[in-house]
Each structure stands twice: as C-alpha cells, then as structure tokens.
Design a binder for this molecule. Structure first.
Ligand code: ADP
Ligand code: ZN
Ligand code: ZN
Length: 735
C-alpha cells in the first residue's frame, strides 16, 4: 500500500488543518471528504472532519500519528457543505474545524452513529385485498392513524392512548409491522386553506415566485400585522409543489407554538423543527429529517441555517433585523448573511422579512441590490395603532406612571381588553443606594451596578451573574437608610397590582419565564383573552400575536436614544416599533403611549409621526456622512485580561502589525482606518479588563486581506497567554 496522509479539520482554534496517518489497514479510497474521524490531539480526543488525502506531508513521517477511528463509511457532509464551511472560515477568520462543528448536531460531534436517531415504531404494509376484520372502535381508530401515515413511532401512539397490545393485533392481521427507523414528523389532521391575498401580498408572492430557481435576495418590508406570514406560507406552498424544501429561520423568542402551528396546519407535508428547546436526540432527528429529505419544511433558529437540505428551494428569514441571528461568542457569524451565501450557492431566492429592517438590508434594497417588496397596510380589518409621546418632564408620576397613562389603562381594561406595559429592565430596581453616604451596590467583578431583585431578595449582576444577599445596613456607613432607586419589572408589577387590584397582572421576563414550556403556557393563558395587564421585557415584544391587547405603554425608551453605540437609535426604534406592533392586531384598534423625558427628541418624533422607514432614511444619511456601516465595512478586535495593561498592550501590538502591513501592502483606493485600542464602555467585566480596536474599510476585500495577514502574526505573538482575544467581523455590538 502506498503512503498517504489524511487531511483533517479539528475543532481547535488554530487557523490550519492537520495531517494524520490512516487507521491501520484502511485503503485510501475509504477516505472521502466529509467523513468523521477520531483523532488524538495533544491530550485530547477529538472528532474531526476529513477534507481529503495527500501523497506527502510537511510533517516528518515519524511525527505523524494514525487516526484512531473512521466513524462514517459514507460522508456525513457533502462538497457543498464543505465549500460553505470554507467560505465561513475565511470570512470570519475562524478555524475550519470549529466552523464545521456548526454543521453537525452535538450527538454526532461526540461520535454517535446516525442510527441513534432512530426510534421503534410501526410501519404499514400493503393491506390484503380483503377488508381487514377490525374489532372495536379503538382498533379502527388505530388503523385510521395508519391510513394517514405509513410509519408511526411507538412514542407517538402511546401518547395518543394506544397500547402495545392493539399494535400487536394489527400486526397479527398483517396490516403493520414493527420497525426501527427515523421517525417522520406527524402530519396535520386536516389542512387549513390559504387566505385570499390582498393586492400587496399577491404582488410580493408573485415577484418572489418569479425568481424561484435562481438566486435573488428580497426584502419584505411589511408593517406588523400586514400579513408577512401569509406571504411566507404561500411561497412555501409553491416551493413544496415544485418538490423542493423550504427553510424558515426565526428568532429564538419568536418560535412559539402558535407560529409553528400555523405552518404545520397549512401543509400536508412533514415539518421539522430545530431550536434550543429540544434535547440532543431530537435535534439529531430534526437534522436527519431535513438532510434525508423527509421533512419538506425546516423551521429553526439561528443555527438551523447550517442544516443540509438536499432539495433546498427557498430560504426565509423572519424578523431579519433581530440580533439573535448573530452569534455573539465563538464563531461570531450572522445567520442572515450566511443565508445569503447559502442561497447563492443553491441558486435559490432568500426572503428577508421585517417591519423594521436592519439598515444594512434596507440599504441593499434601496440601492436595488435586493428586490424590495412592501406591505404598507395591516391585513384583514386591523388598523395601525395610534402612537403618542407623553412627556413626563416635570410631571408628577404615580409609581412611575403619568396620570393620563393610568386613566388610559383603566379605560382599556374597562372595555374588557388587555394592556401591555413594556420595560426593558428586569429585577426590582436597577440600583440600591445609601441615602446617608451615597454608597451604591456595585459588582465587585464588573464596572456595573448590581440589580436588586425581590422575588427572591438578592443582588444580581446581570453582566457576570454574580449574586449576593441584600445588605441590611449600608456596608460603608452602617446606616439602615438604604433604598432601591428606579424601577424594574418586579417593582412595576407590584405597583400595578396595587393600582389595579381587580385586574390580574402577569410579569413576563427571564425570571418568570425560565423554560420554553413556561413561556408557551403563559401564552396560552394570555390567549384566553381575559382582561389583564402584562408587564414585561423584550420577551413580550417579538413577533407574538396578542389579539386582545389594545393598549401598549412603553415606560422607558430613553436609554437607547443616547447610546454610545452607533446602532443605538436603530435598535431602539426597532424595539419601540416591535412593541407597539403588539397593539390592536385583531379587530380592535390599538393605542401606544410612550412615556419620555425627551418628547422633543427629533428622531423619536420622526419615528412616531412618519414611521420607521422615514427614521431609517435619516439615520442612513448620518451613517453616510460618518462613513459607518452600511457605507463601510467593519471588523473589531477585542481583547480581555485580568491585567489591564496586558489587554491594552495586546491590541497595541495588533495595531502595530496592522499598520506595518498596511504601509507595505495597503491599497490607496481602499484605505483601512484603525480606531483604538480603547477600553470597552464597560471596561471591566467578570474580573477582566476589556479593550477593542475597530478596523474600517470601504472595500470588503481589502479589509479581509488586511485582517488575514494580521491574524496570522497575532496568533504567534509571545507573552500574551493570559489574553483572550477574538476578531468580530461585522460586529453588531460596538460598545
Ligand atoms: P405579520 O407577520 O406581518 O406581522 P401576520 O402574517 O401575522 O402579520 O398577519 C396578521 C393577521 O392578519 C393574522 O391574523 C392573519 O391571519 C391575518 N391575515 C394575513 N393576511 C390576510 C389576508 N390576506 N386576509 C385576511 N387576513 C389576513
Ligand atoms: Zn452609607
Ligand atoms: Zn458583574
């Protein structure tokens, strides 16, 4: 057997791949790109992905180690997956092995077999010519199930109240047989008909349908309640009819049972789900259902964008502006941007939907790069909510509420409606302070204050999760005169219960709704439509349909108006619009009151009077003046270290390397600008000092070349073992 080595991508940070000798006795043909292998790496045992084989290695033969095992006979990932992963590795300057981990469900990463997704169940076999002699209604009901679906898992049948004995009976009659295999998602009992589209919806559907089968990015800019989902549904229907699969990506928080049901009930095809509420086995099942083409629709959150889909026909990203599409640690990818690359590879359209599109996407639509589709009116009979700024400057407040706001709330409740109070701050109060000496509770690990929580009582740092008991007296001057300042959702809930003793008050934040199940239960409750007040954080804001909420009160939107982040105003406006969009989504018209200290803030007024689009255009003009994204491309190097000086010095070195490279190779027509290093706004977090260096360039290619060269050198810098650092391409958070 002639000598060869196997090129393997391993999940380690190093920006390279590794040569191994084959498993003893393995022929070269046994190795194909996309297979999993087990490899010894330093002291670790890792699962890697084969990229190919080679005749020679740069590593001396006596230093090469053999692979420990080959886990797959057939490749798990195809050439298209591998080429997408390569793109991602290059674009985000991240190790290919780490990137590839995103393509593979956790169980497979740990070395599981594909068959571990299988479940025991029953398969219908072609029935005998004669009518089966079924006894009793239960047996008939069971047979009915098999009429609808050929294969049903044991788990599902038990949940439906059927017993093993009944299944055995059908087996004896020669109708079904026991089989272990990948379960298929259940089909709906009956399929709901499509709605008749209004003119704008029909036009949107037609325009996208005209580009099925080719790559085209499309923005569906539609006010909340304008019926974007119906547009998705009707496009998916066409895709399914063409024998293709559809991929729908939604923000984590938007994946409610109601949303999922809308898709499941519309089509007579299996729908697979992938989200964080699933266990590892369920995720593997969903992944296989999609990859093996059983599922014709895949609905998932950010990471579902990597799922192999053999017949991909369309990608839809709902709420495309949502921050959850960008991963904020490890591989800092944007599922939205990657969806475009993927759609391009597959030559299919990608539809980005939002009421408040990100300025990047809007810019691409305005310049004609994307198809721009608009839904300007609410669907059905719903009218847009009336939005009102209410100045609280020099106004007396009752427990944080202005009098007129309280009476508006009372009116809506009297009409039997629901009221939503939005405050994006959980806990009881953002600050606990001593009235005598001015002490306030600060986190010992962060440059931040501890939030006071009452249920149960404790101080909690929302940045590093550090918790401690509430002091009885001031730790500095021992005065008992310490008090909470400001309000969080817990405190507002208390106030509202006192102000509206007859009305149930429900708080919705990460503390009351810890599990997906709790979230789903609460939403079922709200949907009974009984009058109530909902108090919550942005958990309440996204994509939910609350038909009985007719008044939305936004308590504190001011923080975002003066953010140091250049995206601060954009994100505030998106949030305000999203929250406001919860009002009056059904027959009853809605009102939105925004309490603010800055009722004459020009951009806030633009948003209220002329809408998000008008504000977005105004912000875009500012970005153009300042040459900020989307008019330039940006990357950010971040460093953190327990020693402040070391964190800073690392980025100074980085700057030096970048400058040196730019002096030699920089392009005059695409100058690269460096900003920093500067401390992050919250300089110390979790005991570490944080610095950042921003890199801008008008040309993406020049930016990436520069980064590439610099990162190779940075990886070899000595003396910075204690520094954690990374590069964030197209960062969302610049603070
Ligand atoms: P969006 O996703 O844009 O916020 P939805 O798709 O949730 O809006 O639609 C809002 C409401 O309008 C839903 O109750 C939906 O059933 C209804 N709807 C959508 N399209 C139509 C239509 N063409 N005719 C009647 N009702 C519609
Ligand atoms: Zn004190
Ligand atoms: Zn902290």
């Amino acid at each position: 057997m002639s000598f060869y080595v196997v090129d393997v991508a391993l999940p380690v940070p190093l920006l390279r791949t590794f040569d191994y000798l084959p498993v003893e006795g393995d022929a070269r043909e046994n190795y194909q790109p996309g297979q999993r292998v087990r490899a010894d790496f330093g002291k670790q045992l890792l699962t890697g992905i084969v990229l190919g084989t080679r005749d020679t290695s740069e590593v001396p033969t006596n230093k090469l180690k053999p692979l420990l095992a080959r886990l797959d006979d057939a490749p798990l990932l195809g050439p298209r997956d591998l080429s997408l992963a390569r793109w991602m590795s290059d674009y985000y300057h991240h190790s290919l092995g780490d990137v590839l981990e995103h393509w593979i469900p956790t169980m497979l990463r740990r070395g599981a077999k594909l068959s571990e997704a299988n479940e025991s169940g029953w398969q219908r076999i072609p029935p005998p010519d004669t009518e089966p002699a079924l006894k009793g209604s239960k047996q008939q009901a069971l047979w009915q199930q098999f009429q609808r679906q050929e294969y049903i898992t044991h788990r599902f049948l038990t949940a439906q109240g059927f017993s093993l004995a009944q299944c055995r009976k059908l087996t004896e009659l020669g109708l079904i047989e026991e089989q272990t295999r990948l379960p298929v998602p259940a089909l709906p009992e009956s399929v709901r008909p499509a709605l008749t589209l209004n003119e704008e919806q029909a036009s949107a559907v037609n325009k996208v349908s005209a580009v099925l089968g080719q790559f085209k990015a499309c923005l569906l800019e539609g006010v909340t309640g304008s019926g974007k989902t119906e547009v998705y549904l009707q496009l998916i229907e066409q895709v399914i009819q063409q024998g293709k699969q559809a991929l729908l990506l939604v923000p984590e928080i938007g994946l409610t049972p109601q949303t999922v049901r809308r898709f499941q009930e519309r089509f007579d095809v299996p729908v697979a789900l992938l989200h964080s509420g699933l266990n590892d086995r369920e995720r593997l099942q969903g992944w296989r259902q999609a990859r093996e083409g059983q599922a014709r629709i895949l609905i998932g959150t950010r990471s579902a964008v990597f799922t192999p889909l053999p017949d991909l026909g369309l990608i839809i990203l709902d709420e495309e502006h949502d921050g959850s599409f960008k991963q904020q640690d490890g591989l800092r990818y944007s599922a939205r941007d990657f969806a475009l690359v993927r759609a391009h590879q597959a030559q299919v359209p990608v539809l980005l939907g939002s009421a408040t599109p990100s300025l990047e996407t809007l810019h691409n639509a305005l310049t004609g790069k994307y198809l721009h589709l608009k839904l300007t009116r609410r669907a059905g009979n719903a009218r847009p909510p009336g939005m009102k700024l209410h100045s609280i400057l020099h106004q007396p407040l009752v427990h944080g509420f202005a009098e007129p706001v309280l009476s508006a709330m009372q009116q809506h409740l009297n009409r039997g409606k629901q009221v939503l109070v939005f405050l994006n701050r959980r806990g009881f109060a953002p600050l606990l302070a001593c009235k005598q000496c001015g002490w306030n509770a600060e986190c010992r690990r962060c440059d931040a204050r501890m939030t006071l929580h009452q249920y149960p009582p404790h101080l909690h740092c929302h940045h590093c999760d550090y918790q401690q008991p509430v002091p009885k007296v001031c730790p500095d001057c021992h005065s008992p005169d310490i008090e909470p300042i400001g309000q969080g959702t817990e405190r507002i809930e208390d106030h509202l219960s006192a102000l509206f003793p007859q009305t149930p008050v429900k708080r919705v934040d990460r503390d009351t709704v810890r599990t997906k199940q709790a979230f789903d239960d609460l939403f079922e409750e709200i949907h009974t439509g009984d009058p109530c007040i909902l108090v919550g954080t942005q958990m309440l804001a996204k994509g939910h349909h609350f038909p009985d909420v007719t008044l939305v009160v936004i308590l504190d939107s001011d923080a975002g108006l003066f953010s140091a982040d250049f995206r601060g105003m954009e994100h505030s406006a998106q949030l305000i619009k999203q929250v406001a969009g919860r009002a009056g989504r059904a027959e009853s018209p809605g009102d939105v009151w925004i309490q603010t200290l800055y009722a004459d803030h020009p951009q806030l007024n633009l948003l209220i009077d002329d809408g998000y689009h008008a504000l977005a255009l105004s912000i875009l003009r500012e970005r153009l003046d300042q040459q900020l994204p989307p008019y330039s491309h940006m990357a950010m190097l971040r460093s953190e270290c327990e020693d402040r000086g070391t964190a800073q010095r690392f980025l100074e070195q980085a700057r030096h390397i970048l400058q040196h490279w730019l002096k030699q190779y920089g392009q005059k027509d695409a100058p690269v600008t460096l900003l920093g290093p500067v401390p992050a706004i919250m300089e110390r977090r979790n005991g570490r000092y944080r610095f950042q260096l921003q890199v801008f360039c008008s040309e993406r290619k020049a930016l990436h070349q520069t980064l590439d060269a610099a990162l190779k050198q940075l990886q070899t810098l000595k003396g910075f073992n204690k520094v954690r650092w990374h590069v964030d391409v197209d960062p969302l958070d610049t603070l």
